[in-house]
Design a protein around this ligand. Structure first.
Ligand code: CO
Length: 442
């Protein structure tokens, strides 16, 4: 009966709690289910990267590297996966190549098997180095197409992007639909196009935000998707992934059977339900507004919180209208980290000052200068003149960055217990310094 196994990547330990619990799931709680998860038969388990690194240091007083080593030991049979923001690594701006090389080498040395890299602008110059470094360190490099909807994004564009990524050495391709905008009828042409364009496995990553993702997964699987990303049901749905158990059941006894043991998942589910009673979980709902506004759920809730802090909650609708306008003027960047923050903050400034682009963040200026890479479309001339003096740069941004490893090491020498500490410090200098000093004194 089985023609092709469809693999499943479980996201509970990374994207699912990043989406629903502000990335606060503690390692000790994960360990309650690792034994069952390891036996279930997943293609891989996403456990690291994204916002987890920052959150470990900032909120959980955990060494992210130690978390990775413990998970590696407790999940001996399952491939471990991480999400990396290309040249931005796990931070919010670009790092020089020596830091990219060292960070990736250490990630793999500490237990990562698969690195999914993406660039918010789909600028392949920002992915080259991380692809090379992953391959050199013996890892599997999955390169992501950041999926978005705009007048300048189309299937042909994504196919040529995938070809470029394959040429750069990617081992597989991921369709990264962070806002949950990919529709069931659209995934087929994209996936079959990709299957023709590149001879690589295709993985589908979506979010349930708009209520479409499970249908899109089914349509994607029928069109040839090799692996799908899901979350165990206690942390599924809403802005997270579709539920693992439901997808396993949907594929069971079809030509796409995942081979995963549903009974084991059910046990892990019960343990997780009990653990999550001590966490504040949001009400799970479908937000169909995203289908019109195209603003990811996480970004909307951040904007709402920022407005309420300013006691300007009544301006929410104006912001929701301003975001697409700013996005268009900036050349339609996909709204994913760090572009979602840059566009969101600018929309907020534009509305609350009443004078568009009179205030702009440093990151906004850097984007227009070209320090994040090449915008997908044209930046509006008028806006460019308002934001920066002179012409933007056109070379690969990281080419103008000085090496940082030596300098970073010298700055935290007294606190270093492992080479990884240097990387922690370079990525998040302020919080790392506090974290390392505290560990040193205890
Ligand atoms: Co995601």
């Amino acid at each position: 009966m089985i023609e092709k196994r469809v693999g499943i990547t479980e996201t509970l330990f990374r994207d699912a709690h990043q989406s629903l619990l502000a990335t606060r799931l503690k390692l000790e709680d994960m360990l309650e289910i690792t034994e069952r998860i390891d036996r279930a038969g997943f293609h891989s388990l996403e456990v690291w990267g994204g916002a987890t690194f920052d959150s470990c240091l900032r909120y959980l007083n955990e060494d992210p590297w130690e978390r990775l080593r413990v998970l590696r030991k407790r999940l001996p049979k399952t491939k471990l996966q991480m999400l990396l923001r290309g040249q931005n690594l796990l931070g919010y701006h670009q790092y020089p190549d020596d830091v990219v090389d060292a960070f990736i080498e250490k990630s793999i040395e500490n237990g990562i098997d698969i690195i999914r890299v993406f660039d918010a602008l789909n600028d392949t110059r920002n992915l080259e180095r991380s692809i090379q470094a992953t391959k050199r360190a013996g890892g599997h490099c999955q390169a992501a197409l950041v999926y978005t909807v705009s007048p300048i994004h189309n299937v042909e564009g994504y196919l040529s992007l995938a070809k470029e990524l394959a040429q750069l050495g990617a081992d597989s391709i991921c369709i990264k639909d962070m806002a949950g905008l990919l529709r069931p009828a659209q995934v087929g042409p994209l996936v079959s196009g990709l299957k023709d364009a590149v001879d690589l496995p295709i993985q589908l990553h979506s979010h349930y935000t708009s209520g479409l993702a499970s249908m899109t997964y089914w349509a994607g699987v029928k069109a040839g998707v090799d692996v799908i990303d899901t979350a165990l049901s206690p942390l599924a749905l809403g802005t997270s992934q579709p539920p693992t158990e439901s997808l396993v059941a949907a594929l069971e006894d079809t030509p796409y059977d995942s081979g995963i043991d549903l009974a084991l998942l059910n046990e892990a589910n019960k343990v997780m339900q009990r653990i999550l009673e001590s966490y504040k979980r949001p009400m799970i709902k479908v937000d169909t507004e995203v289908l019109v506004s195209q603003i990811p759920g996480g970004m909307l809730s951040n904007l709402r919180a920022q407005l309420e802090q300013q006691k300007m909650g009544d301006r929410y609708d104006e912001i929701v209208a301003e975001v697409p306008r700013v996005r268009r003027e900036l050349g339609y960047p996909p709204l994913v980290t760090p572009m979602s923050q840059i566009v969101g903050v600018q929309a907020l400034f534009n509305v609350i000052t009443g004078s568009r682009y009179s205030i702009k963040s440093k990151e906004m200026k850097d984007y227009v200068k070209g320090l994040y890479g090449r915008p997908p479309g044209e930046i509006d001339e008028e806006v460019r003149r308002q934001v920066i003096d002179g012409e933007p740069m056109t070379s690969r941004p990281a080419d103008s960055l000085e090496p940082l490893m030596g300098k970073g090491r010298a700055e935290v020498e007294e606190f270093i217990q492992q080479e990884e500490d240097v990387l922690t410090y370079i990525l998040f200098p302020e919080i790392a310094k506090k974290f390392l000093a505290k560990r040193h004194d205890s």
